[in-house]
Design a protein around this ligand. Structure first.
Ligand SMILES: Nc1nc2c(c(=O)[nH]1)N[C@H]1C(S)=C(S)[C@@H](COP(=O)(O)OP(=O)(O)OC[C@H]3O[C@@H](n4cnc5c(=O)[nH]c(N)nc54)[C@H](O)[C@@H]3O)O[C@H]1N2
Ligand SMILES: Nc1nc2c(c(=O)[nH]1)N[C@H]1C(S)=C(S)[C@@H](COP(=O)(O)OP(=O)(O)OC[C@H]3O[C@@H](n4cnc5c(=O)[nH]c(N)nc54)[C@H](O)[C@@H]3O)O[C@H]1N2
Ligand SMILES: [Mo]
Length: 564
């Protein structure tokens, strides 16, 4: 998230995982922690059971941790800015904020204060459905804690207001002096094993490794020298995946290399995605299995899995850790870095021979590549090059990682790493408050599509199921997709547990069995995107957050019909 990177250095946990077990209060929102981050979920349970930490859960679904919580707020989906502003309203109104911290370490407080002034608990109740008294209790409890940690995940970010939601949480944390202290912070629980590492190393359209902007000429000059390619790096911000699909459909994007992603099932409004991929002149997919996306490719490049290669993963608390090869890859599969280097070498050679041909006619377009480039001998060599160009990784190398992981920033060889960020001062200097107004989701229920559809995960499967659905044990426990529905709604539609229903949105329709549950509130259904037989992303809305470019996976409007 570009906006966040600017505000907080990057979208990583500000604090370390083990601080969960030493803090006084934990506020968890938009995170089904025990199913999606079971290790962190266990830490939260231990903190509550053994250390008497207070737990506040804010989630439209009755997730497992609700059982451990002192306070559970159940907002309507997509109303997070409203309840967070409401908590701030109470905290400011009752004088519970940390005046000294706000004065010494932050800026922009007054503008935020003016905005939240309108969000009385009674007004917030109208928007969110959270009883005003519960909101007051939660606000007082959060403000009273000496140290309070906020944990959040996709229930906060996968909205057209995702960036606003995170800014509001930052307002809340800063108002009570909770950023830059042990046991505090604003902690996004990152999703994939190495999504943090991928972002840190520049797998984003707007930044080079270490979140250094591609639009900064000094940064570009530094990388041009460090990479010694002789190629001028582009200073243009690239497209996100969600922008590439429309570009392909409009003929502005000709070719794509997809590495380890299955967007035909995982992207919002996915029938649109398949059409976009089919419109390309060239689609290359690099994966460990022949996925739904790979089936559309002109060329499939077989990759080695995590257990079949060396490298590093950086986890959600910014800890860089070694991954070691345990098995040989099957068949012709290669490690991703080997495939990328081999591709780059071939492309370089093509460009070189084209240039040789052109220079005979006297018009050289780009400077030639230096030969010998892209012939790394090992992942360690690539890591050293990265560390040399990335201040936050500068002190990390494979030798040091032999003795355990290191948390960035780790700027020099003897630096011990950094458990929590923004100590004494924010990375950007002063912490900035943002005035944020509540905006409803892009699509809300109406007469024709009366239900909210929320989507997410269950414990037993991973994303599009390419890996977990190959496990017989997991398939035994969770063999098929389903629609979670509240008992009241089921009754009014004449549906009983296990009945087949059709779920229809403005974009598509799917069929699945109903699972009756009290996890969903009335008026809301839930499904996962784990099962290709129940491709829930045919339904979801591809409206994007303007800054994060994340689609609104967590809210769209649907109709439910019983299938006879
Ligand atoms: N078993 C398993 N674990 C996984 C994954 C997996 O596929 N399977 N995927 C990994 C990845 S990449 C990710 S990103 C994480 C995701 O981890 P989570 O974000 O915890 O998982 P989700 O199921 O997407 O659920 C988000 C939570 O947000 C709540 N929610 C929905 N709408 C709203 C809303 O409007 N406001 C608020 N405050 N909450 C809302 C949902 O009820 C749910 O509890 O999980 C990671 N871990
Ligand atoms: N409706 C709905 N949709 C969602 C979400 C939601 O909550 N609701 N969540 C979104 C989120 S947070 C995420 S992260 C995405 C996930 O979406 P995707 O990343 O598209 O889903 P995966 O199924 O994890 O696909 C990863 C692919 O990588 C392959 N793979 C695994 N290891 C390797 C490797 O080492 N090398 C290579 N080359 N390939 C490998 C796997 O076989 C798999 O095909 O889904 C998003 N989509
Ligand atoms: Mo994710």
């Amino acid at each position: 998230m570009a906006g966040l990177a600017a505000a907080f250095g990057s979208g990583a946990m500000t604090n370390a995982m083990n601080e969960i077990e030493t803090t006084d209060l934990i506020l968890i929102t938009g995170s089904n922690t025990t199913e999606c981050h079971p290790i962190i979920g266990r830490m939260v349970k231990r903190a509550v059971d053994r250390k008497r930490a207070k737990l506040i859960v804010v989630d439209p679904r009755k997730v497992e941790l609700v059982k451990f919580a002192r306070i559970w707020l159940r907002p309507k989906p997509g109303t997070d800015v409203a309840w967070i502003n409401g908590m701030l309203h109470v905290i400011l109104d009752e004088g519970l904020w940390d005046r000294r911290y706000v004065q010494e370490r932050t800026e922009g407080f007054e503008a935020m204060q003016a905005t939240v002034a309108n969000y009385t608990p009674e007004y917030v109740e109208q928007i969110t459905g959270i009883p005003a008294q519960d909101l007051r209790r939660a606000a007082r409890s959060y403000a009273a804690a000496p140290r309070a940690m906020i944990l959040y995940a996709m229930g906060i970010t996968q909205h057209t207001t995702g960036t606003d939601n995170v800014k509001s949480l930052a307002n809340l944390a800063m108002s009570c002096g909770n950023i830059g202290i042990e046991g505090g912070g604003l902690n996004p629980l990152r999703g994939q094993n190495n999504v943090q590492g991928a972002c840190d190393t520049g797998a984003l359209p707007n930044v080079l490794p270490g979140y250094q902007p591609v639009t900064d000429e000094d940064v570009l000059a530094h990388f041009q020298q460090g990479w010694a390619t002789g190629v001028r790096l582009s200073n243009q911000v690239g497209m996100s995946l969600t922008e590439m699909v429309p570009a392909a459909l409009q003929g502005r994007l000709m070719a794509m290399l997809i590495v380890g992603e299955n967007p035909v099932l995982s992207d919002a409004n996915c029938s649109h995605v398949a059409a976009g991929l089919k419109a390309l002149d060239l689609l290359v997919v690099q994966d460990i299995f022949l996925t739904e996306t790979a089936r559309l490719a002109h060329v499939v490049l077989p990759a080695a899995s995590f257990a079949e290669k060396d490298g590093t993963f950086t986890n959600t608390e910014r800890r860089v850790q070694r991954v070691r090869k345990a098995l040989d890859p099957p068949g012709h599969a290669l490690a991703d870095w080997e495939i990328i280097c081999a591709l780059a070498q071939r492309v370089s050679r093509m460009i070189q021979s084209r240039q040789a041909a052109q220079s005979e006619h006297g018009n050289v377009l780009v400077r030639p590549f230096s030969l010998g480039y892209w012939d790394y001998q090992s992942p360690a060599e690539i890591f050293d090059e990265l560390a040399g160009l990335t201040p936050s990784y500068a002190g990390i190398n494979y030798q040091r990682l032999e003795r355990g992981g290191l948390q960035w920033p780790c700027p020099s060889k003897y630096h011990p790493g950094t458990p929590y960020l923004h100590k004494d001062r924010f990375v950007r200097g002063l912490g900035r408050f943002h005035p944020v107004e509540y905006r409803p989701p892009a699509e809300v229920p109406d007469g024709e599509y009366p239900f909210y559809l929320s989507t997410g995960r269950i414990r037993f499967h991973y994303h599009t199921g390419t890996m977990t659905r190959r496990s017989r044990g997991l398939d035994c426990i969770a063999p098929e997709g389903f629609i979670e529905m509240n008992l009241l709604d089921a009754e009014s539609l004449g549906i009983t547990d296990g009945d087949w229903v059709r779920v229809i949105s403005r974009r598509g329709a799917i069929k699945a069995r109903v699972k009756l549950t009290e996890r969903c509130s009335a008026g809301m259904i839930f499904s996962t995107f784990h099962f290709k037989e129940v491709p829930v992303n045919l339904l979801t809305n591809d409206a994007l957050d303007p800054i994060g470019k994340i689609p609104e996976y967590k809210v769209c409007a649907v109709r439910v019909e019983k299938v006879e």
